[in-house]
Design a protein around this ligand. Structure first.
Ligand SMILES: [Zn+2]
Ligand SMILES: [Zn+2]
Length: 143
């Protein structure tokens, strides 16, 4: 991990890479990595490349959850590309698991509190229940 951080610091001198609570990209140029995680070293490096992927694809704004999932998938595709450059083994299952946890989260976020029915999301990111008419917006999640 420390090796990768050194290489990234050299290749992307404009980035500020520091230890934080979780793996996260904060625009415009901050990358955070978690020091203690449940992940092994390879997975942790993939997560850091995923966050670098967010920086490189430069799409951080999203309104709907579908857009968020698209951005997530793109950042993983970027991480996959970067693996070649940094001699890392890409782990498709790991990336898919991460995407699945978003899908699950978003599924629960789409359920109406009153009816437990799946609401639909408008293009501004607000959910509407087809039965009781409730509307809600869920918290943006770190990605
Ligand atoms: Zn409802
Ligand atoms: Zn992400």
């Amino acid at each position: 991990m420390q090796n990768l951080i050194k290489k990234l610091a050299k290749d992307y001198p404009e980035l500020i890479i520091s230890a934080g609570e979780r793996f996260q990209f904060t625009p415009p140029n901050q990358l955070f990595y978690a020091k203690t995680t449940e992940y092994d070293d390879n997975e942790a490096q993939l997560l850091l490349l995923h966050e670098l992927g967010h920086y490189l694809i430069d799409e951080t704004d999203y309104l709907t959850d579908i857009e968020l999932l698209e951005i997530e998938a793109k950042a993983w595709a970027k991480a996959h590309e970067l693996c070649k450059k940094y001699n890392l083994k890409y782990n498709e299952d790991f990336a898919e698991d991460r995407l699945d946890s978003y899908r699950n989260y978003l599924h629960y976020a789409s359920l109406c509190n009153n009816c437990q029915l799946a609401g639909y999301q408008d293009d501004r990111g607000n959910y509407h229940c087809p039965l009781c008419g409730a509307t809600w917006k869920h918290q943006k999640i770190p990605h």
